[in-house]
Design a protein. Structure first.
Length: 174
């Protein structure tokens, strides 16, 4: 009986997710402001959210403009926050961060400006720390295969190949 109730509850909860939420422009603006105040958002993320509310293109663009004017949306501030979070918390490299920003349709000039805010010494220290951490868990015995796996892993984290080689060589990890 409890299982049937749970399945019914899940069915009801999931059925409303399929239908777009239809909001009037004023309510959508209030919800979008609250959503943007919670965390930095890109214009594209906000645009997608507004379309989820069931708004039409001209309404969405009007609200995006309003969010920019009232400073709830700021693409440069978003790019800086994104870079800071992905670099300091997730320990991503510049390549992966750049790809993430491109997916969010941030302009190239803002991507470059945000990436330039990363301290070069901290960046190299991040590569080294990530390499050392990964080396501890690599079970490979063959040194060549181990090095290959390490380099592949560091590249998957978004670090540049030439910097990986430089850091590994300078710290006798290669």
């Amino acid at each position: 009986m409890l299982l049937i109730f749970y399945e019914f509850q899940q069915l009801i909860m999931n059925s409303h997710k399929d239908k777009p939420l239809i909001l009037d422009k004023k309510t959508a603006l209030l919800k979008a402001e609250s959503w943007c105040a919670y965390q930095e958002r890109s214009q594209q993320e906000a645009r997608n959210k507004l379309y989820e509310y069931g708004l039409h293109q001209n309404e969405v663009e009007d609200l995006i403009t309003e969010l920019i004017v009232t400073n709830f949306l700021n693409e440069e501030r978003f790019a800086m926050a994104y870079v800071s979070g992905k670099f300091n918390i997730k320990k991503w490299g510049k390549i992966k961060i750049k790809q993430g920003l491109k997916l969010k349709k941030v302009p190239d000039r803002l991507i470059q400006k945000a990436l330039n805010s990363i301290d070069g010494d901290k960046y190299l220290a991040n590569i080294l720390a990530t390499a050392e951490k990964k080396l501890k868990v690599l079970a490979e015995k063959d040194p060549l295969k181990k090095k290959y796996k390490l380099i592949t892993y560091l590249q998957s984290k978004g670090f540049e190949k030439d910097l990986i080689f430089d850091v590994l060589k300078a710290n006798n990890l290669s």
